[in-house]
Each structure stands twice: as structure tokens, then as C-alpha cells.
Unconditional design. Structure first.
Length: 436
């Protein structure tokens, strides 16, 4: 729960919320560099802004390629188990990644509303069906008991889990390198891609709606998923059903299903789900990289989408082939290396988004209201005692609600400063509006 089903969605909500706010509230281009507008205006056209956007694309490319490489290894193992044939070796990986790359490029070209949505819906149906089956066919009572226990234990142990440091010993160091550091770097490497993707499908939502849904709903679903399958694995180990980790563990899901009824069918369903996971992650990342490389264009051009899709498939294949027997560790090292500098960018995103929100017209009006009520109450008590009602009259000097507010500051009067590109790449008309 700590590594996979909680903190990751906070990272995605941060990047996605900041991009959505900058694009749909402030009218800026939906790019990572646009988030730094409060610090350096016009960052999209500056060298540092270009570097940030390029780095965001590279982080997305290598972070997604790492996931695709690991997915390809699991597809290879799963296909070997399902078919009963030894498919280890580079030939299968090359063929599989090539075929899947062609498929996800076709899906990416069709756009979010068609191919990507159709595959995502199919994936959710398969995931829910597998979860329900594992819950019913597996140790149902044990898993149901494990759900509240796991959640309560997670929150109770959270402070202790946050205070594990490499300096405590070799065991802690290895654990952090293998789990916490690696996986949190993974989520950071995915944050530009996932953040921009969920920003694109969240136009018209309030920040409260956005944060609530993005943080709580996927986390809740993930918690149930990991408890069902993680709990089933624990149960099978406890009861001596022969569940073993081979290599990097790509066999575990299939071996777990093999210990449940209808294993021949469910193993095929698991393999199909992994393939669709591979495709949906890749087509979404391809769409986002195409958008980022075209100045935030809502629907990237097909040639650019195809180029990025091919690049993603080639990078994943190259990393796998270059890694050899240590392919998994090599993939993880590349991902951590690219994610670490981007963590600094995320700190900047936090600061700049806080500045933007502080100067938002809604926040300014709320501050006005608080000042007006405070001063109105003071004047009412001074002049009328307890018996008075509020009215609106002009005040001068320090008595006014906005006496200390510089209403002519460009940061407040020109808060809508950018242009959001339409589907054809042409920007909308720029309209500058005063906040009050």
C-alpha cells in the first residue's frame, strides 16, 4: 500500500492538477514549463522552459519504456506458461514488442475518445473480473478479514515506515533501494505522462473534485486489488501450495492463478490483461509525448504520434536487449537516473502552483470578503452596539477592505495570460480579464 497504492496518486494529482489549473484556469499552454509562469513569465519561450519541457518528455519516454520492458518480460513468461513452451530468448521479445508497438501506435492515433478509451474500459472489466474471481475462488473469509486489518495497520505503521533510513543497516539499505526509492522514482518518472493525461480528461472539474477522485478512487481500487492478490499469495505460501519466485517474479501471478480453479482460462485472461496494460500505457504516453512536443497541442498530429510511438517501442526493446540477464535491474537503474532530477522540478511545481493559487481571483475575492466582514463588524459594534446589519457603502483610506491591496498590479489584473491550443493547433483568442 505504501509503495503502489497511495503515494503514487498524490504525485500524479500534483502534476495533473497543476497542469489542468494552468491550462484551463489561467489559459496557458498545457506544458510543464507553463507551471513556472509565476517565477519566470513567458517560460515557454525561454531556454530554461524549453529544457524543462524536453526533460519532461525524456522522463516520460524512459519511465514508460521501463514499464514496457518489464511488461514484455511478464508477457514472455506468461506466454511460456500458457503455451507450455520455452520462449526465453531475445527473439520472442523482439517480435512481441514490435507487434505490440504497432498496435499501441494505431490506438494512439485514434485518440483518447476512441482507441484509448475502448482499451481502457476493456482492461477495467478484465481487472474487476479477475479480482472478483480470485476473491470468490480463493480464501474469501481470509481476504475479507485482511481488508480492514491491512488498512488500519497501514495508517498505524505509516510513521515507522517513513523513518526507515539506509544508514540503519544493510537490510534497510537493500529494502529502500529495491522498493521505496525505486518505486517512488518510478512514480516521479510517470508523473508528467499520467499528470498531463488526467489533466486532459478533467476539464470543467473543480480542484476539490479533481483531487478527491484522482487520489481516493484509484488508491481505493488499488488497495482492494493488492489485498486480494497479495493476500492470496500470502495464503498460498502459508498453506504450502508451492508459490515460488523465479527470477524477477514474472511467474508469480500465473502460478497464483494456477492454484485456483479454471486455471487454464484465468491464466489466458491474465495474459490478455497484461497485454492490454502494455498497450494502454504506451498509447497514452505516446499521445502525451506528441502533445508536449507540439507546444501542448490538444490532439497531436498523426506523424508526430507515430514517431514517438516507434521511439518508445525501440527504446524499450533496446534497454531489454542491452540488459541481457540483468535486464530488469538495468531498466530500473535507467528509470531512477532520469527520475531523480525531475524530483527537483516537482518541488518547483509545488511552489509555483501555491503562488498561482494565492493570486487566483477567487482567493482574492475571499480575502476581500474576510476583510470587509471583519471591518464591518468592528464599525457596526462601535456605532450601533449589538444591533446592526451589514450594508455596502464606499469607504476611504484604511477603512476599505482593499486598502492594502494593489489593485493595479499586473499579477492580479492580467491573470489570464496565455493561449490554450485547439485541436488544430491554432491558439484561442487571448482575453485578459481583471479579477474583481
Amino acid at each position: 500500500m505504501l509503495h503502489q497504492a497511495s503515494m503514487s496518486w498524490g504525485v500524479y494529482a500534483l502534476v495533473g492538477g497543476a497542469i489542468a489549473y494552468a491550462a484551463y484556469r489561467r489559459g496557458r499552454l498545457p506544458l510543464i514549463s507553463s507551471l513556472f509562469e509565476p517565477v519566470f513569465p513567458g517560460g515557454n519561450n525561454r531556454v530554461l522552459g524549453k529544457i524543462i519541457d524536453i526533460f519532461a518528455v525524456l522522463v516520460t519516454l524512459f519511465g514508460t519504456a521501463t514499464s514496457l520492458g518489464i511488461g514484455a518480460l511478464q508477457i514472455q513468461t506468461g506466454t511460456s506458461i500458457v503455451t507450455g513452451r520455452d520462449l526465453s530468448g531475445d527473439t520472442f521479445l523482439i517480435v512481441a514488442i514490435t507487434v505490440l508497438t504497432i498496435i499501441f501506435i494505431i490506438s494512439a492515433v485514434t485518440g483518447v475518445k476512441k482507441g484509448i478509451r475502448m482499451l481502457s474500459n476493456a482492461n477495467m472489466i478484465l481487472v474487476i473480473a479477475l479480482s472478483v474471481f480470485a476473491l470468490v475462488a480463493g480464501p474469501t473469509v481470509f481476504l475479507l478479514d485482511l481488508m480492514p486489518t491491512t488498512v488500519l495497520t497501514f495508517f498505524a505503521g505509516l510513521p515507522d515506515m517513513f523513518t526507515v533510513y539506509p544508514s540503519e543497516g544493510a537490510t534497510e539499505q537493500k529494502f529502500l533501494q529495491t522498493w521505496t526509492t525505486m518505486l517512488w522514482a518510478w512514480w516521479i518518472s510517470w508523473s508528467p505522462f499520467v499528470g498531463m493525461f488526467i489533466a486532459k480528461i478533467s476539464r470543467g472539474r473543480t480542484l476539490r473534485q479533481f483531487v478527491t477522485v484522482v487520489v481516493l478512487v484509484p488508491s481505493g481500487i488499488s488497495i482492494v486489488w493488492y489485498i486480494i492478490f497479495g493476500g492470496s499469495a500470502i495464503w498460498q505460501r502459508m498453506t504450502g501450495q508451492g508459490l515460488e519466485i523465479i527470477g524477477s517474479g514474472e511467474n508469480v501471478m500465473f502460478d497464483l492463478m494456477a492454484n485456483l480453479p479454471f486455471s487454464g482460462i484465468t491464466s489466458i485472461v491474465v495474459l490478455i490483461a497484461i497485454v492490454i496494460f502494455f498497450i494502454t500505457a504506451a498509447d497514452s504516453a505516446t499521445n502525451v509525448m506528441g502533445s508536449m512536443s507540439q507546444s501542448g497541442r490538444t490532439v497531436p498530429s498523426k506523424p508526430v504520434t507515430i514517431i514517438w510511438g516507434a521511439a518508445l517501442g525501440l527504446v524499450a526493446m533496446s534497454l531489454l536487449l542491452a540488459g541481457g540477464e540483468n535486464a530488469l535491474s538495468g531498466l530500473q537503474s535507467i528509470m531512477v537516473t532520469t527520475a531523480l532530477p525531475f524530483a527537483i522540478v516537482l518541488v518547483g511545481v509545488m511552489i509555483c502552483w501555491a503562488i498561482d493559487l494565492k493570486n487566483d481571483p477567487l482567493m482574492i475575492r475571499r480575502s476581500y470578503a474576510q476583510q470587509a466582514i471583519r471591518k464591518g463588524v468592528v464599525r457596526g459594534i462601535d456605532r450601533h452596539g449589538d444591533d446592526f446589519i451589514f450594508g455596502v457603502t464606499q469607504a476611504s483610506g484604511v477603512e476599505g477592505a482593499g486598502a492594502e491591496f494593489e489593485s493595479d498590479d499586473p499579477a492580479y489584473t492580467e491573470w489570464f495570460t496565455g493561449a490554450l491550443p485547439e485541436d488544430d493547433g491554432e491558439p484561442e483568442t487571448v482575453v485578459k480579464r481583471k479579477p474583481l
